[in-house]
Design a protein around this ligand. Structure first.
Ligand SMILES: [Fe+2]
Length: 179
């Protein structure tokens, strides 16, 4: 189940909710888009084209609003040979020069956002769309046995790189814990 936990920078937990509307409302206040989309039935081995076709109405709406030119679907399974490297890649605080847009078709992952004096853990599950604004400090944990399929949207896929802040703050907050 999707969940938002809000912490002070010293690690004190201030609030927690699993209600989609409350998660969306709280995140909207810091400029983050969170939506719950109705999920579509897909065969287990659906390829990228089938996944993008299934969510075409929502994808087209975001694409029109955000100017996204490159859209794909990525899938990670728990026994992926590069899972440890993949997990480490975005586990430290970083920013991007464009929005980080992810829709979880299947599975889950933990986004953590860092604003002025708050840390926001957003557990994203099947049916959740997150858009982290360009420039916002954040990190992402897919866990030790990553298991998700996500639609990604980019304005410029080739230029989509992480700029690490050098902060170790991510190590002081809860990581992804599969339920
Ligand atoms: Fe990121």
């Amino acid at each position: 189940m999707s969940r938002l936990e809000v912490f002070a920078e010293d690690g004190t937990k201030l609030s927690e909710t699993t209600e989609g509307g409350k998660i969306a409302g709280a995140l909207a206040e810091i400029g983050v888009t969170f939506e719950r989309w109705p999920t579509r039935a897909l065969v287990a081995d659906a390829d990228s084209d089938a996944i993008l076709a299934a969510y075409a109405p929502e994808v087209e709406r975001l694409k029109a609003n955000g100017g996204y030119r490159s859209i794909d679907a990525v899938s990670v399974v728990p026994d992926h040979p590069d899972r440890a490297t993949m997990r480490t890649k975005f586990l430290s605080e970083h920013t991007h020069s464009e929005n980080e847009v992810r829709f979880f078709v299947r599975g889950e992952g933990l986004f953590t956002l860092h604003t002025a004096d708050r840390v926001w853990n957003v557990l994203c599950c099947e049916g959740d769309l997150m858009s982290v604004p360009a420039g916002m400090a954040h990190w992402f944990d897919m866990g030790a046995a990553p298991n998700f399929t996500a639609i990604r949207m980019f304005v410029n896929h080739d230029g989509w790189v992480a700029a690490f802040t050098g902060s170790d703050i991510a190590e002081r907050f809860p990581r992804y814990e599969p339920v």
